[in-house]
Design a protein around this ligand. Sequence first.
Ligand code: SF4
Length: 263
Amino acid sequence: MNENTEHKNPIHDVSAKETGRVHSFESFGTVDGPGIRFVVFLQGCQFKCLYCHNRDTWDLKGGTLYSVDDIMKKILSVKTYIKSGGLTVSGGEPLLQSRFVSHLFKAAHAEGIHTCLDTNGYHKGREGEMNASIKSAIDESDLVLLDIKHMDIEGHMELTDQPLATSLEMAEYLTEINKLMRVRFVVVPGYTHKEEIVHKLGAYLKDRKNLELVEILPFHKLGSVKWEGEGEVDPLKDVESLKKDDVQYVQDILAEYGIKSKL
Ligand code: SF4
């Protein structure tokens, strides 16, 4: 892209009026990125993870419209309390509304607020490739939390209804531009609760200079009620939750590949 085209691209100007479909807010989140964070959960997701804890975020037409300005007012009202952290945009899948995320993160940066993007790796716009607003949203992220949900092609499809390549291509892009990333890996009995899958993950991630750490998340059943709320049966209702001790082996295996992780 030459300088002239870049200058004309509207996403380079922060628009306080840009709107996004929001599912909900959390003012003092402690699990979606470092420190205490204001978390915006955006509406819409193209994945259909069997263990989804936010089943009610899937419909892209749902949620409530908020402008960047509306959300910045909320964030600034708690700015003192989120000094140790910042702003996280999660979902659903935030990059389905990448233009909005880009503007929101720019507005947050203008206030000196750290930004974190929680994504499943969605990166192809309607054109079938990574468009300028997705790149801009990533550029404006100080940290990307990338979900890698499975390391097996068929297993990934079974667990999420989407190809593994979606997340891995995003991992490649983040490495290419040296963007700081944390990988999130949910350990699900019958799906990813397997040493061989963790070895594949370790081999894939080792030596990536942009990888901060892997967050190991034992499967739990807290999302069941949301499936019921949508008039559906939780597909993993009969699967038992895991405890930290059950997944200690994941940390041990990743350490063999020189990968830092947290449980
Ligand atoms: S990517 Fe996240 S929000 Fe989307 S289906 Fe999976 S767990 Fe749910």
